[in-house]
Design a protein around this ligand. Structure first.
Ligand code: 5GP
Length: 208
């Protein structure tokens, strides 16, 4: 395993299918760890504490901010969401590739702080499909759906800040594609400094 893992940020419109995509990526490959965020949003039906999110009240969340326990946080449609630092650091240190499924403001902050982060934006094939997925989910009120669609318009303006844009049409193909992106990133010269030094030294030793 590599010395330090890669940080992969995945964003996309609410309803783009990021959650399913990430779950499948983790199921298929062992090198990934998924960061669980803290949020002040109320749990949806079927969500469990510590599995989808750590559910906090506003006060507890603000305490996490004050203690600098979050790598980043953002307000999204009236609620706080943030990435707990400890788990991410620990997993990267162990050589795991850590996936953050966060929205665009958070993605930008993470990239500012850790410049070798991969930012990946996942989109459904069309806006119509996005609306259909949000409605079919059946867990949101029409008002929340409208808010999320409005938010999607804003988010679409920021897509160029991402390194990769991936269309989630066929889940299986999309999972493989994302995994390949991470594998390719591993070979970037910036991540291979030690090996590059080693080959240089070997070459010089030969020439002696
Ligand atoms: P949802 O309420 O649908 O679970 O999530 C709403 C949005 O918040 C999604 O775009 C999701 O990616 C984002 N989100 C989830 N966790 C975090 C986080 O820790 N930080 C930030 N900035 N966004 C998050």
């Amino acid at each position: 395993m590599e010395k330090r893992g890669i940080l992969l940020v995945v964003s996309g419109f609410s309803g783009a299918g990021k959650g399913t995509l990430m779950k499948e990526l983790l199921r298929r490959y062992e090198n990934y760890a998924l960061s669980i965020s803290a949020t002040t949003r109320k749990p949806r039906e079927g969500e469990a504490e510590g599995r989808e999110y750590f559910f906090k009240d506003r006060e507890a969340f603000e305490q996490m901010i004050a203690r600098d326990e979050l790598i980043e946080y953002a307000c999204y449609v009236g609620n706080y969401y943030g990435t707990p630092r400890a788990y991410v650091e620990e997993q990267l240190e162990q050589g795991r590739d850590v996936v953050l499924e966060i929205e665009i403001q958070g993605a930008r902050k993470v990239k500012e702080r850790f410049q070798d982060t991969i930012l990946l934006f996942v989109s459904p094939p069309s806006a119509q499909e996005l609306r259909r997925r949000l409605t079919d989910r059946g867990t949101e009120t029409p008002e929340v759906i409208e808010n999320r669609l409005a938010r999607a318009i804003e988010e679409a303006e920021g897509i160029e800040d991402y390194d990769y844009f991936v269309i989630n049409d066929d889940l299986d193909a999309c999972v493989e594609y994302v995994h390949q992106i991470v594998q390719c990133e591993r070979s970037r010269t910036g991540r291979r400094a030690e090996q590059i030094q080693a080959i240089r030294q070997e070459l010089k030793a030969f020439a002696k």
